[in-house]
Write a protein that binds this ligand. Structure first.
Ligand code: FPP
Length: 259
């Protein structure tokens, strides 16, 4: 798969359907509090929306879905909430594997997984192995992930290679740098969705969202179902992606090489 955001060329049809969607699933806590439930009930309810967007992605032929499940900063939440999120993650990995296999979904976890309890790390590896050969779509779950963390770990890997004499400093460019990030084999997210009414990126896929179309929904994540997701994808289809070109250039795919 082409890894880089690039302007469409004349022999390439304009992109109407996103190849990769990234979602910040925000609003679980507020959804629960509005119902006088503990915040953790919102996270439980959020699982239903995860299923809905995964299944709708398959229907729409969206090849990759990346969900922000647990950020590097989420450790600072109350211990009971952190524990519930980790337990939920454990449980979902066990209970959803069959459904993922039935739907042909390959699972990959991105983020600093060594910070998780060993049992959870094992469960993650098992779920990834059990779904490895599925081809309908890739579900990436970002857990203990942060966009800055991703950039820093890429820099560290590259610095290690430079010190070992495998890479010369002058060889380091955007393309080479991106090969050390968390998902170098995938196209960058075309569409970046955030639910819950806030309009910020919150340290999600920072490097990879350089040219993503941003879509903000006021719905709390547990209320974001297949229909809301379809609306977001339809909104994406109406956008003109310019990648630094003029509107006309982007329309025709004709880039003037003379200047
Ligand atoms: C943000 O809402 C949501 C999270 C920190 C966790 C998201 C987790 C799930 C939806 C369930 C697990 C999913 C998978 C894929 C295993 P918030 O708590 O910040 O909501 P608030 O802004 O209303 O407080």
């Amino acid at each position: 798969m082409d890894n880089h955001a690039s302007p469409p060329s004349s022999d390439q049809p304009r992109l109407r359907s996103p190849r990769h969607v990234a979602i910040v699933m925000d609003g679980n806590g507020r959804w629960a509090l509005r119902r006088r439930l503990p915040r953790t009930a919102g996270h439980r309810a959020g699982i239903k929306s995860v299923r809905a967007v995964v299944e709708e992605s398959i229907r729409q032929g969206i090849g990759v879905l990346t969900l922000f499940a647990f950020s590097s900063e989420n450790w600072r939440r109350p211990k009971t909430e952190v524990n519930l999120l980790l337990e939920l993650f454990m449980r979902v990995l066990r209970t959803e594997v069959n459904r993922l296999n039935e739907n042909g979904v390959r699972l990959r976890i991105i983020g600093e997984r060594t910070a998780f309890p060993e049992k959870l790390q094992r469960r993650i590896a098992e779920a990834e192995a059990a779904t490895r050969t599925n081809e309908a779509m890739l579900l990436q779950v970002a857990a203990n992930y942060g966009g800055r963390w991703d950039i820093v770990q890429a820099a560290r890997r590259l610095a290690t290679d430079v010190c070992a004499g495998k890479v010369a400093p002058e060889e380091v460019d955007e393309r080479l740098f991106s090969t050390r990030l968390s998902f170098p084999d995938l196209p960058d997210p075309d569409l970046f969705i955030r639910t819950g009414g806030e309009q910020r990126i919150s340290n999600f896929v920072l490097w990879q969202s350089a040219y993503s179309e941003l879509y903000f929904s006021d719905l709390m994540w547990p209320d974001f179902g297949a229909e809301a997701y379809r609306e977001a994808v339809a909104d994406f289809a109406r956008r003109q992606r310019r990648f630094g070109l003029t509107g006309d250039q982007a329309d025709t795919g004709a880039e003037d090489g003379a200047d």
